[in-house]
Design a protein around this ligand. Structure first.
Ligand SMILES: *[C@@H]1O[C@H](CO)[C@@H](O)[C@H](O)[C@H]1NC(C)=O
Ligand SMILES: *[C@@H]1O[C@H](CO)[C@@H](O)[C@H](O)[C@H]1NC(C)=O
Ligand SMILES: *[C@@H]1O[C@H](CO)[C@@H](O)[C@H](O)[C@H]1NC(C)=O
Ligand SMILES: *[C@@H]1O[C@H](CO)[C@@H](O)[C@H](O)[C@H]1NC(C)=O
Ligand SMILES: *[C@@H]1O[C@H](CO)[C@@H](O)[C@H](O)[C@H]1NC(C)=O
Length: 950
């Protein structure tokens, strides 16, 4: 038995030897080539099996690499496959002599660390069918010799650093018997390289192509029409290139196409309706191009669509009905388009849907309760539309939900009580809606929440203590609501808080809880515009990461803590409190109170000063008709006036509505009889003088260019005077205080509070001033003017129209806070001109209806305010641009494009938001139709909601 077995083995061996010796020359060439390559590479363990005994010398034992790691041979012992994928292989291909492998069918080196170029002699392995060099670090261009690889059906060079162009030479020519080029190609993958130039039309000659992946290169020019010839094409990936032009309509003939990715190119025009014929479509990516027109109406015709994205284009019209009945959908991205229509009618039930983003379109309607049945939804975003109605309670059934963003809509009603069921929620953004009611206690159950923004709603009641259970929260904003009660000390438990804690613009009271000191990672704390009282405890110094703090507009008192942020924050951070002290500019130092007392004294003086003593004011009829009659006389008055209320009894022809403490003579003396030396401004109506009278606050006196000519005019002036007397009663922090009126001697003048920093126009006109007036201050200026106008139009009886709002009439105090001057006096300041109506109002701020109607309404002020607000944002009068703002381009104006470039763009997101809303509100004020302009009350409220709060 044994000898017989031996005999059989021997004969097998003999035949093997015969076979091997038959191919001997070739295999030794392969061995040599492999060893030579190995020797050229850095030492690496994968090659441990690649060796021959040292005494190998062309003797009887034929060399065979067939058992080497990664090598496969055919029956004859010739190498047919080299597979070193995923081995960490390092080095280059330069020393691999491809001509030594006549039988090589597969070369798979993917996922390694190969460097250098693809050597030209790769074209010598002419039997090769499969070549995968993907995910290496190969560079250089594609060798033309690849055109020799006519048998290759899969070529994958993706994820390398290949440069250059796609030479048409690589592809077969049009003839059916083509012998050159990648004629057998089915799967061609070049994605994520640096290839450029056009995609040659010749690519359409690869008639067996099933998969073409060219995404992530720099291909430009049009999508080749010839792709429509590739009837087997199933996957076409051209995303992330620089392709332009339109989608060829003929692509609609590719009935096997199931995956079409064109996102992030420069494609434009209307998406051809023919794409609706692609009945195999499962993936369609059109996002981030410049497409216009409607979404392809039949997009889900095949009923297989799983992944559809058209985000960041300019698509218009409604969401296609085809999508409404498309239960196969998994992922939908339509954000940032101009889609219209009613969403409650557009969406059905999508059991597999995991992701849908419809944000920043113009969608209307209410949220359907159907959304509650999309049980696999993880992301639901529909921010920045015009959605109304309530948040359906069914939404709390979406137990997989991670992100819910319904911000910037018009949702009303309450936040669903069981919102806490959404236990996976990481982001909840309901900002900028009209939600009311209390914040649901269940919010504390959202233990995975990282971002919570409920700001700019009408939420009321207290902040629930349970909020402190949201231990992963990084960013919390509840600002601009009507929340009251105290700040729960449990907020101090949210030690993960990092980006923002914003409770500003509410009605929170009580002390700032010392537990907030535990928020050591918090960078931005805003508790401004509340009713917080007490002192700021030292424990807040522990908030060591803080870079931005705002505690202004509260009733805080006492010394600032020692912490860094309390030493370095700008004065605005603590302004408008009860009595804070510290080393920061604008606060009194904590030890000395002397300065404060002195200031108080001066205030008292001023109070005395402003009391109007004129009994006459009451006696004279306040008659608008009289004033108009007077105004329309347009006469120059040059007579002295009769004594009405004499000062020092010297001059029998004087009118003096003032407190009796300061005399006409005091003013003459302080200005050396109106010497130009004291002149601080020159307006159409007259000069303005600075008046320093010892013991009083500085005054500004505006001397008018007219004098009374006869007694009847003196009567008129009396009326005028009494009207001014009424104006002196006005007290508003954003309106320049008018103290009195005087007509005596040759002079008629108005006495005002002195505002230190002069006019907004001058400030914006100077480089330095513009820089000093940073974004925060500018926002405050706009707000201040809005409040002043709102007060005069809606809170003052009778309402007073300014008529001449311009940057010259807005003065800035030492803190650069706005004070509107000449309120109610504008119409008699220009008496001397030949036609008062013409010059009333400043050109460039005048409402357009003024040209054909002389009727002055509050809406004229609203228009001027719009111009002024834009001027503040732009740093210059908008001039002709007003027209483009009016022309319905409202939605398209990016506030960023018009910002005063002398300031660097706002760093803080909040400031950006505030500026954007100012621009939005300002543009609405510029409506050519006065009825369409908002009232100043609305403007002021909008700025209150959007921008800041008084
Ligand atoms: C191979 O490349 C990867 C990715 O570039 C890198 O992380 C790894 O360190 C490299 N390995 C070697 C051995 O060079
Ligand atoms: C193409 O293949 C043939 C035959 O194997 C060879 O002679 C020729 O040199 C190759 N051409 C290139 C460009 O590699
Ligand atoms: C889209 O078109 C607009 C104007 O038509 C152009 O400014 C913009 O650069 C285009 N975007 C791309 C990505 O080509
Ligand atoms: C939802 O997904 C499941 C699993 O992938 C699949 O079997 C089912 O057909 C899908 N449903 C629809 C309506 O497409
Ligand atoms: C939700 O997704 C899971 C897999 O994540 C799947 O098995 C299930 O079918 C989906 N649910 C529905 C209602 O389709």
């Amino acid at each position: 038995m044994a000898s017989q077995g031996k005999c059989v083995s021997f004969s097998i061996l003999l035949s093997l030897v015969a076979l091997l010796s038959f191919c001997k020359a070739d295999t030794s060439k392969e061995v040599e080539a492999l060893l030579k390559w190995k020797d050229s590479l850095p030492e690496q363990s994968i090659f441990e099996s690649w060796y021959f005994p040292v005494h190998y010398n062309n003797s009887s034992t034929p060399p065979s690499p067939c058992k080497w790691f990664g090598i496969t041979c055919d029956m004859a012992g010739s190498v047919t496959a080299i597979n070193l994928a995923y081995t960490g292989l390092r080095g280059t291909l330069q020393n691999l002599d491809f001509s030594s492998f006549p039988n090589l069918l597969r070369l798979d080196l993917k996922f390694n660390n190969l460097t250098g170029t693809i050597p030209p002699n790769i074209g010598m392995v002419s039997k090769l069918q499969f070549l995968d060099l993907s995910t290496n670090s190969l560079n250089g261009s594609l060798p033309l010799s690849l055109a020799n690889l006519t048998q290759v059906y899969e070529l994958d060079v993706s994820r390398n650093h290949i440069t250059g162009i796609f030479d048409p030479f690589l592809f077969p020519d049009g003839s059916s018997q083509s012998k050159k080029g990648l004629v057998s190609m089915k799967n061609l993958l070049f994605q994520d390289n640096q290839l450029g130039g056009r995609i040659p039309e010749e690519i359409g000659n690869l008639k067996f192509l099933v998969l073409l992946a060219l995404d992530g290169n720099y291909f430009n020019g049009p999508i080749p029409q010839s792709l429509a010839n590739l009837s087997h094409l199933s996957i076409l990936r051209l995303a992330n290139n620089e392709l332009s032009g339109q989608i060829p309509a003929k692509l609609g003939t590719l009935t096997n196409l199931s995956d079409l990715r064109l996102l992030t190119n420069r494609l434009s025009g209307v998406v051809p309706i023919e794409l609706g014929n692609l009945s195999s479509l499962t993936v369609l990516h059109l996002a981030e191009n410049n497409f216009t027109g409607q979404l392809p109406p039949q997009v889900c015709r095949g009923g297989k669509l799983v992944n559809f994205s058209a985000a960041h284009n300019s698509f218009t019209g409604p969401i296609p009905i085809s999508l409404k009945n498309c239960p196969s959908l998994y992922r939908v991205r339509l954000e940032y388009n101009q889609l219209t229509g009613y969403i409650d009618q557009d969406f059905g039930v999508y059991p597999n849907l995991t992701y849908i983003d419809l944000s920043f379109n113009k969608l209307r309607g209410e949220l359907s309760s159907n959304w509650g049945q999309c049980r696999n939804l993880t992301l639901f975003q529909i921010a920045g539309n015009m959605i109304t109605g309530r948040i359906p309670d069914e939404i709390v059934q979406l137990s997989q939900l991670v992100k819910l963003d319904l911000s910037s809509n018009q949702l009303s009603g309450e936040i669903p009580e069981d919102i806490g069921n959404l236990s996976k929620l990481s982001l909840l953004n309901l900002k900028d809606n009209k939600l009311s009611g209390n914040i649901a206690l269940g919010i504390g159950k959202l233990s995975n929440l990282e971002f919570l923004d409920l700001s700019m709603n009408m939420l009321s009641g207290p902040i629930p203590d349970q909020i402190g259970d949201c231990l992963k929260l990084l960013d919390l904003s509840l600002s601009k609501n009507q929340l009251n009660g105290t700040i729960p000390f449990q907020i101090g438990n949210m030690v993960a808080l990092q980006d923002l804690l914003d409770l500003s613009c509410n009605s929170l009271s009580g002390q700032i809880p010392p537990q907030l000191g535990r928020l050591k990672s918090l960078e931005n704390l805003n508790l401004s515009h509340n009713n917080l009282t007490g002192s700021i405890l030292d424990s807040l110094s522990n908030m060591v990461s803080m870079t931005d703090i705002n505690l202004s507009y509260n009733y805080l008192e006492g010394p600032l803590p020692a912490g860094n942020i309390f030493q370095s924050a700008p004065p605005e951070s603590f302004s408008n409190n009860k009595d804070l002290c510290g080393k920061i500019k604008g606060l009194r130092p904590c030890n000395g109170t002397a300065m404060e007392e002195q200031k108080g004294d001066r205030k008292k003086n001023r109070k005395l000063l402003v009391v109007i003593v004129s009994s006459l004011a009451g006696a004279v009829l306040v008659s608008l008709i009289g004033i108009y009659a007077f105004l329309l006389k347009k006469k120059s008055l040059n007579h002295l006036m009769k004594v009405e209320h004499s000062s020092k009894g010297k001059d029998p022809f004087s009118i003096w509505y003032f407190n009796g403490k300061i005399e006409y003579e005091d003013i003459l003396e302080a200005t050396k009889n109106f010497d130009d030396m004291y002149c601080i401004g020159l307006g159409g109506s007259g000069k303005v003088y600075r008046v320093d009278i010892p013991g009083y606050d500085v005054l500004a006196v505006k001397k008018l260019n007219f004098q009374a000519r006869d007694y009847s005019e003196i009567e008129d002036i009396k009326h005028l005077g009494s009207e001014v007397a009424a104006l002196t009663e006005i007290k508003h922090r954003n309106i320049v205080k008018l103290f009195g009126f005087c007509s005596q001697g040759q002079h008629t003048f108005l006495v005002y509070e002195f505002i230190e920093r002069g006019s907004l126009a001058d400030m914006l006109g100077s480089e330095k001033g513009a820089e000093e007036l940073d974004w925060v201050k500018r926002i405050r200026v706009v707000k201040g003017v809005a409040h002043a106008l709102s007060y005069m139009h809606h809170d003052h009886v009778p309402p007073i129209i300014h008529r001449d709002i311009s940057s010259k009439n807005v003065l800035l105090d030492s803190e650069l806070e706005a004070h509107v001057s000449d309120f109610g006096t504008a119409r008699f300041l220009n008496l001397d001109s030949s036609n008062w109506t013409e010059v009333e109002g400043t050109f460039g701020y005048l409402a357009p209806e003024f040209a054909f109607s002389m009727v002055v309404t509050e809406k004229c002020d609203v228009y001027s305010f719009g111009v002024l607000a834009l001027e503040v944002v732009m740093g210059k009068h908008p001039g002709e641009e007003v027209l483009s703002f009016q022309s319905g381009a409202v939605g398209r104006i990016q506030y960023k494009d018009i910002l005063d470039h002398r300031l660097s763009p706002p760093e803080s997101h909040n400031i950006g938001v505030e500026l954007a809303s100012i621009v939005k509100v300002a543009v609405s004020c510029l409506s050519p139709n006065p009825q369409s302009r908002p009232t100043m009350r609305t403007v002021s409220n909008l700025l209150h909601v959007y921008a800041d709060c008084p």
